[in-house]
Design a protein around this ligand. Structure first.
Ligand code: PGA
Length: 252
């Protein structure tokens, strides 16, 4: 049985005080009885201080939202995977559609980032997903296949079971229009089959595939019930403690 995972992606939101308050509220909520693993993908700055919180609450881990494709050196403004690791995070989101769109990150650069993440004993949450135009042109399976084959499937058998895949259709992110459970299940099943054809049954059964895109407390349960949906990557709704707690409950 794959564990359910609920990851909150705070994006570039919340000042220091607000971030500490939200982190504390989520930690207070996540109880012993919560079955899902909770990941908070927070701005880099907040990782060291929030990692004190996650030490007390082992069901919560921290993620960075991005990392540099370089190891170290003269890359002003960049943050390396090894820094993220030493600051106390366990995961790194790689290839979020906002990175792809606004920062021109293509699958080759993302492949490098995945390498940096794994070589620092961190775990990537690798995002894939099509735009509305790509779906309307019936290209969505091809787009996701290329994103995975180029960006992630260079990883060997030892590494792939440390990876989490997040399917996030771009048209569903921040729009209030979530993929239907049928659409999500169809793509998640497709992705699991891709993993299976590359890595075999055993590994494809182990890999968690999260759905992201307008997940709310209203639609979470229906989405998480789907056979190949192993939890969610939640943006806007992860900024509200009660709403996020309800989403965690829907996965538990
Ligand atoms: P959303 O964002 O839940 O606000 O749609 C999801 C994401 O970008 O990861």
């Amino acid at each position: 049985m794959r564990n359910k995972i609920i990851a909150g992606n705070w994006k570039m939101n919340l000042d220091w005080q607000e971030a500490m308050e939200l982190g504390n509220k989520v930690a207070a909520y996540v109880e012993e009885s919560t079955k899902a693993e909770v990941i908070l993908a927070v701005p880099f700055l907040y990782i060291p201080v929030l990692s004190e919180l996650t030490e007390e609450q082992p069901k919560i881990s921290l993620a960075a939202q991005n990392c540099s494709e370089y190891r170290k050196g003269a890359y002003t403004g960049e943050v390396s995977a090894s820094m993220i690791r030493s600051a106390g995070a366990k995961y790194v989101i790689v290839g979020h559609s906002e990175r792809r769109k606004y920062f021109n990150e293509g699958n080759d650069v993302l492949a490098e980032k995945v390498r940096r993440v794994l070589e620092n004993d961190l775990q990537p949450v690798y995002c894939c997903g099509e735009t509305l135009e790509e779906r309307n042109a019936a290209n969505h399976f091809d787009v996701v296949t290329t994103q995975l084959e180029t960006g992630l499937f260079h990883v060997n058998d030892d590494g792939i079971d440390k990876c989490i895949i997040a399917y996030e259709p771009v048209w569903a992110i921040g729009t209030g229009v979530n993929a239907s459970p049928e659409q999500a299940q169809e793509m998640h099943h497709f992705i699991r089959e891709l993993v299976k054809s590359k890595y075999g049954n055993h590994l494809s059964d182990k890999i968690s595939i999260l759905y992201g895109g307008s997940v709310t407390s209203e639609n979470a349960e229906q989405l998480f019930k789907c056979a190949d949906v192993d939890g969610g990557l939640v943006g806007g709704a992860s900024l509200k403690a009660i709403e996020f707690s309800e989403i965690i409950d829907a996965a538990s």
